[in-house]
Design a protein around this ligand. Sequence first.
Ligand code: ASP
Length: 615
Amino acid sequence: MERKQITGIDTHQRRTHTCGALRQEHVGQTVVLKGWVDTRRDLGGVIFIDLRDRYGLTQIVFSPQDDQAAYEQAGTLRSEYVISVQGRVRERSEETINPKFPTGAVEVPIDDLVILNTAEVLPFTVSAHAEKRTTASEDLRLKYRYLDLRRPEVQQRFLTRHQLYQTVHRYFDAHDFIEIETPTLMKSTPEGARDYLVPSRVHPGHFFALPQSPQIYKQILMVAGLDRYVQIVKCFRDEDLRADRQPEFTQIDVEISFATEELVYEIIEGLMKAIWKDTKDVDLATPFPRLSYDEALHRYGSDKPDLRFGLEIQDLSEVFQGSGFRVFDDMLAQGGKIVALVVPGMGDQGRGYMDRLDKGIVRKRIGAGGLIYFKCPSDRSATFSSVKQHVLQQAYVDRAVETLGAEAGDLVLILAGAVPRVYEQMGVLRLHMANELGLIPDGADGPWQFLWVTQFPLLEWDEGAQRYSAKHHPFTSPHPEDLDTMFDNPGATRARAYDLVLNGNEIGGGSIRIHNREVQHQMFRLLGIDEAEAEERFGFLLDAFRYGAPPHGGIALGVDRIVMLLTGARSLREVIAFPKTQSAQELMSNTPAPVDEHQLDELHIQLVEVEEEEG
Ligand code: ASP
């Protein structure tokens, strides 16, 4: 029989089922399926094809007995051709049932086939079969993102993301929040990063900024009496990209009038419960534990500690007071600390391992001066110290081991340095050792260790600029008990700011805000912003505070990061449809790209040659 021409025109009726729908109960029904050719097995006389769409995979069968024309045409099918097929569902024989797919008990012998489109040989494999999962590089996958996104395991993540959106809308609606859109072209709000700027054609030399966050707008909405605001919103920060950052990212942005920390915690814990229930059918326990910033730093060396394992940092400064060991004595004299980590089961590590840990990790990666360690051998022989006995007496070593409660088989790691740096360094070493011990599970099966970190410092010292900058942002309220001493001791001023942490990742942050004009002025003053500059940059907020601003507070949660953790994805790029690479490019459309001369002219922009910076 003559083969049909490939016209691409669909002469079939619309699909009756998706490729994930058919079960035993459909046996005997005539169905129309449409989708992509996943796999094709030609057994000479019969051709099996796994037909795939977003919903699943269905085995379809072509044989000359069912339809000669369709069988012949099926011989021309290749991977990723788009087809429409019609046939009558039948049961598979016992031995051919495929338990890996929900449709695996049935198949569809085809009596009519329309080829809707062909596909060239793909740059990498797209398949629903786990064993055919591509190993193509990420760059190649991003260049052909439409093919990458066609892969079921990738689509699954976007399904989770979609479910999360639905839960968010439902949850906040049920709690009296209203969704309000704030501008994307706006005046810059400082959140500590560089702005993406958009030149104004109409106002030469003037610029919009893309929002780093809708911070000021959402506060203004509270002044406006809208009481509870939520928005799933794109934000933009022009930062040098780290592995877990994207220049544009999505936040669940929340602001609440008459808020207290407790109210924010309660609302957000409820949201997390709903998200985990809806997307994973997991019941989270609430309330989440809390740690003050100071405690988190001193016990775990981080403001986003991973509490899925212990390995707490301990302070040995007292123990080594007057030890005569120069490194310790000098550090203590300068107000620094000597901190330790007990690593179980590593007390018998050899010299090579310890050298690699010292040079490769402690000095190179963590940037600390060097590692001191004590090994408590598992055979209970004497503790070995990396510092020779005539330099640090054994009595101090033994006392340290005793204070720490270290036992035979443990390794004690010690760093000396200035606060808070030495704690942060130990925090990184803690994570490294937890990894070595296999204490950090990956994947999407939990455990889910949430944590509120509270009472952040209001300010941090900016070494480069030689002044204080806001640790969170300039609209964060100081702790009421610290208001009077704010100017005498800015560095010790606590903020009413909090972060939400999940398994060592910051997934949200917010604060109770300043709603008083005078306090806001004082805050600007602390940051070295004088009255004139404050008026120029934030006059509209300060003005709004004249007319009855209610106390308010809020939070923003990182959608990309939450979805990444929910789905066990390895990077944010895996949960963003068209992400940017580490070098802030979008590889499929090849963006950013140059623009026409006349576009630049219209925007009053002249390009100048710049010499490439070295390094
Ligand atoms: N605007 C803050 C941020 O984007 C969050 C907040 O304070 O609500 O980080």
